[in-house]
Design a protein. Structure first.
Length: 408
């Protein structure tokens, strides 16, 4: 057998090629002190780098409402530990789950008007349930042709080879509704896998997707992590807010570590009858660890914020900061209700150099390059938050205008 014959088919994954294109970027960023940092949080929300003592503001944090350091959320974790007197039950969640877990899921289901399940992370939820969508186990028992948007997040992209063992897998050009409709015409059962709101800016075309769903029975799996808490009167996100009722042909996933400010993953579905399948067939959610008591306590407290008037106040502060940033530093995302703003410079080395300059001046703005962005689309990703004070935001805009904007 020749060396070439030992290679896998690499139909949906090519680690060697991915590393060849991306590792030099990561190496340059690490050499510049921009990744693998260790820092301590300060009471004012800034970070202090462990070795150098350098203090900076993290402007690539996706805790868009600042809930990750909200006193009530922190106290919620403490209260739960005191109430339960245990870190975690220490048994597969398929067999026994805590009453606290049940209560939190029920609170979420009421808040978002959907059947909600929790996982230790959004990635675990995706690994657990996405193959059950392709196989049809979560729908009608029949396999579905599965179409991944080209820019679908890593946690979904990773599952392509697994899903391809269940049904044909296609990769769609980004947000290409014509491509998707052509596949719907050719195949009686199709599932579409994509982000609702993308980490590098932009959103799914919900109107077109819902029209295709209505016309062809298209199943939608949409990861709405970056819109959770940011959009919707209850923080339900971009996708859920587009649907009066969450139908049985839609699953929404989300990370609770972003706008929601805690940790874990959430699954929303319109199906009320899949609890048994989720509890027994969703491997990573069944036989791995579950959310800890402290984690669940913080989530419970954060749900309380979403149920009350404070959420609207925080969303309003975020919108004010977004409006100010857009006025000062126009980008392709200007005017978007999502908090991600991309400043493109088109060169990985330049993105690293500019990020380093900003860090020296007190702001961490992450450089982005392949595989986060396409080659030639390198730049800096700014994530606007509600808890950034206006003087700090003004100073950031001054620095961006001076050092980054001229390269755009």
């Amino acid at each position: 057998m020749s060396e070439a014959e030992t290679y896998g088919p690499r139909l949906y994954r090519n680690t060697e090629k991915m590393m060849a294109y991306s590792l030099p970027n990561w190496t340059a960023a690490e050499d510049a002190g921009l990744i693998a940092l260790h820092a301590t949080s300060s009471p004012d929300g800034s970070l202090v780098e462990r070795k150098s003592g350098h203090q900076f503001i993290n402007m690539s944090s996706y805790s868009y409402l600042g809930l990750n350091r909200h006193p009530a959320v922190i106290q919620g974790a403490i209260d739960a530990l005191r109430e339960e007197q245990i870190i975690e039950l220490g048994i597969a969640p398929t067999r026994i789950q805590s009453s606290l877990m049940y209560d939190v899921q029920e609170r979420f289901s009421t808040l978002f008007d959907a059947q909600c399940f929790l996982a230790i992370s959004c990635s675990v939820a995706t690994a657990a349930l996405l193959p059950l969508v392709t196989s049809g186990a979560l729908i009608d028992g029949k396999p579905r042709v599965t179409v991944f948007d080209k820019r679908a997040h890593f946690c979904m992209d990773l599952m392509k080879p697994v899903c391809a063992d269940e049904a044909p897998v296609f990769i769609s050009p980004h947000n290409d509704m014509n491509y998707l409709e052509d596949l719907c015409k050719k195949h009686p059962r199709v599932a579409y896998i994509a982000d609702g709101a993308y980490s590098t800016g932009g959103m799914a075309d919900m109107d077109a997707l819902l029209e295709l769903q209505d016309r062809y029975g298209l199943f939608l799996w949409l990861d709405d992590s970056h819109a959770m808490s940011v959009i919707g009167s209850k923080g339900e996100g971009f996708v859920r807010s587009h649907m009066d009722e969450l139908n049985p042909l839609t699953i929404i996933t989300g990370s609770l570590v972003k706008g929601f400010g805690c940790t874990g993953g959430i699954i929303m579905t319109g199906r009320q009858d899949i609890g048994r399948i989720v509890n027994t067939m969703a491997g990573p959610m069944c036989w791995s660890q579950t959310m800890s008591t402290a984690n669940l306590g913080s989530v419970r407290a954060c749900i309380g914020i979403h149920e009350g008037p404070e959420l609207a106040l925080l969303q309003g502060k975020l919108r004010e900061n977004l409006a100010y940033f857009d006025h000062r530093v126009p980008t392709a995302q200007t005017g978007s209700q999502m908090p991600v703003r991309m400043l493109l410079v088109g060169d990985p080395a330049l993105s690293v150099s500019l990020s380093n300059t900003l860090l020296d001046k007190g702001f961490y703005v992450a450089p982005v390059y392949f595989p986060t962005t396409a080659r030639g689309k390198e730049g800096l990703r700014v994530m606007i938050r509600a808890d950034v004070d206006r003087p700090d935001l003004e100073r950031l805009c001054d620095l961006l205008d001076k050092h980054v904007v001229p390269h755009g």
